[in-house]
Design a protein around this ligand. Sequence first.
Ligand code: HEM
Length: 441
Amino acid sequence: MATTLTDSQKPFSLDPYHVSDVFGFILPAPLTELPPYYQPWMDIAQHVTELIYSHTLRSHILKMPLLNTRFLESHRELRLAHLALSVMTMGYVWQEGENDTVKILPRNLAVPYWKVSQRLGLPPILTHADAVLANWKKRDPHGPFDMENLELLVTLPGGDSVRGFFMVTLLVELAAVPAIKSIPLVINGVQCGDAETVTRALEEISQAMEGMTDALKLMHAYVKPDVFYGIIRIYLSGWKDNSSMPAGLVYEGIQAEPMEYSGGSAAQSSLLHCFDELLGVKHEENCGAFLTRMRNYMPSSHKHLIQDISLQPSLRGFVQQEASELLTAAFQLCVTKLMALRSYHINVVSCFITIPAARARQLRRQGNSSQEETVSRAPTALEETGTGGSGIMSFLKTVRDRTRDVSLPLDNRAMQKSTNGAQPQNTQYTTHQTHLQSNTF
Ligand code: HEM
């Protein structure tokens, strides 16, 4: 008689979580057009930048018809609709900068935006899932997935730098795909005590983390710091913990009270949340609360993946229990590479926020903050906080330092063997080896 496996006995798989084998969390082949009924949205969304520059976006949006969302059927249609409504909303709110914001998002934008957001499980604001994961197409469909052959579906002010910012972030997501695909191998390997498979999968993950750092380095080649700081950033910022929008935003036709949402940030990428849960990284109260809140800004299936990884038996506990040098080295290499990625990201933030912010302050002090200096156009409300609303540097350093806490001590010899890709000589792993045995090496 055939036996059926219960959920907890089935191998862990990425299938239920809408994660692509080729693209990871990136939406594969996003649609570029909606059904013709929604053309009034696309006509505005595809020209948001020009309309902002001519100060006419708000008036165009006010004249837009109130469309019914029930003709949007597929997931990809909903994602394009969310992206289009998101760039319109960011443009509508920030068209005149930080000093002339709005209190109300008009009904013809707010009602469909709310409904599409509800169906996707996303908040009604521009998220990483919109601007990065669902905002790309290949110029030549048969060409490579690289900077030269990729373009945005919709954009915001900032020219080549805004394209660079979203596309480099997309390439970081792509570099992470081998790591995401290795997560089930780690979890299933731990379940059945297969230390050799876990070791190999962890090596794959650490290599992908290094690839992510390399991709992040492209930010310097494709994004100008003063354009990012002075022009792009305000359009990514939200109406929570933002002194330019202290009361939040009323979504007309949804509820009379204003609502607060954080702006778009790669803290909403599911990647590092998955790695933290897998490795057992625990964040301090405030940082942890912010990061956990960011999970509500992810597509719901990706959020569930992170939750389900967190419910698995402890990988770190398994590594300690196995007391294998190679396994410990592979685990430790993941911790080291994740810390290196976070440290490099801190450098990027310093270059793109801290330094331009200091320059803007200096110009202001000298009474020299003319609009010709790009950094001077930046909103002052965002100087000390991230677009997601966090106090940037101390937050990022604390998050990086908590990563270190899961380190497992190992001797240099094992680390060298692992980085050289040496294979274990004796692969007879069992789940019940003890620490004591490892101390006899
Ligand atoms: C110019 C480029 C970038 C800047 C200026 C930047 C800025 C920031 C800021 C200010 C935060 C603090 C949280 C917030 O307020 O939103 C943050 C968090 C974060 N960013 Fe970025 N970021 C950049 C690129 C990226 C890229 C390409 C990634 C990779 C996908 C990334 C991943 C993260 C993550 C994962 C966090 C949460 C903290 C952590 O887990 O370490 N960032 N970023």
